[in-house]
Design a protein around this ligand. Structure first.
Ligand SMILES: [Mn+2]
Length: 250
């Protein structure tokens, strides 16, 4: 019999270089803390871990160090900011084994799945070469096979109306046809859930929102046999007010 599963889902971390990148590194540390504290059994990073493709080595080392703090299986896809097709693409430089063997980067352009028998789960995703009209994050989703939780990952723009002229679109009919129990989305910087057919699709929210008054978020998903997926935003600790930091520095 299939067993329940708890997932931590994040996206759009947008790590960047130098001093300006320090607050988002702190926010990513809070994401990793939340994965540990919630005892998630599977961690998904649905694209844009990095803000751009020209990452300095210290940021990459920071990512290894943070991912090494967790032991649960972790699956990563690229997004449009760190997409595979760019010259010097940061994800092509990554060697996630330096963080441990629990990390899987889904780097097959036509899509690939990784199965975790111990979790009764299989996770599918495509590797984005470029963020363009041609890019279809949900193309080629695999059929359901064994009695497993079928989880998808996709970085793109969900639209529930006919639209042209936008890249990396994800449509309600694609979500429904996927048959995934849960579809971990990335790209839109807010927590949003959409149900189509038997599939719950969700943007998890971001760890460092543009508005500093909004809390950082990731999403915790419970998959329950016979009931399916329920997702809820999980708040990260508040960022420290600037005044406090300045007072400490004085
Ligand atoms: Mn994006």
């Amino acid at each position: 019999m299939i067993r329940p599963l708890k997932i931590a889902h994040a996206s759009d971390i947008h790590l960047c270089n130098g001093e300006e990148g320090m607050p988002v590194r702190k926010a990513f540390e809070h994401v990793i803390d939340a994965v540990i504290e919630t005892e998630a059994e599977l961690f998904l990073i649905a694209g844009d871990l990095f803000d751009h493709n020209r990452m300095h080595d210290d940021v990459i080392d920071f990512v290894y160090e943070q991912l090494a703090r967790i032991a649960c299986p972790t699956v990563v896809i690229v997004g449009n900011h760190d997409c595979w097709g760019d010259e010097h693409a940061v994800m092509q430089r990554m060697d996630f084994t330096r963080a441990g063997h629990h990390i899987t980067l889904l780097d097959a352009v036509e899509g690939a799945s990784v199965t975790f028998p111990e979790l009764h789960a299989t996770v599918w995703g495509r590797c984005m070469l470029e963020h363009s009209l041609k890019n279809k994050p949900m193309a080629g989703t695999p059929p359901r096979t064994a009695d497993l939780w079928h989880i998808g990952m996709a970085h793109g723009l969900y639209v529930d109306y006919e639209e042209t002229g936008r890249s990396s679109l994800i449509t309600p009919s694609e979500v429904e046809a996927s048959g995934f129990d849960y579809l971990a989305l990335g790209h839109v910087h807010m927590h949003r859930q959409m149900r189509h057919g038997n599939t719950l699709a969700c943007y998890p929210g971001v760890c460092m929102p543009y508005n500093p008054r909004q809390p950082g978020l990731l999403t915790i998903v419970h998959l329950t046999p016979g009931e399916g997926a329920l997702a809820a935003a999980h708040m990260l600790p508040r960022r420290r007010p600037l005044q406090k930091k300045l007072a400490e520095a004085a």
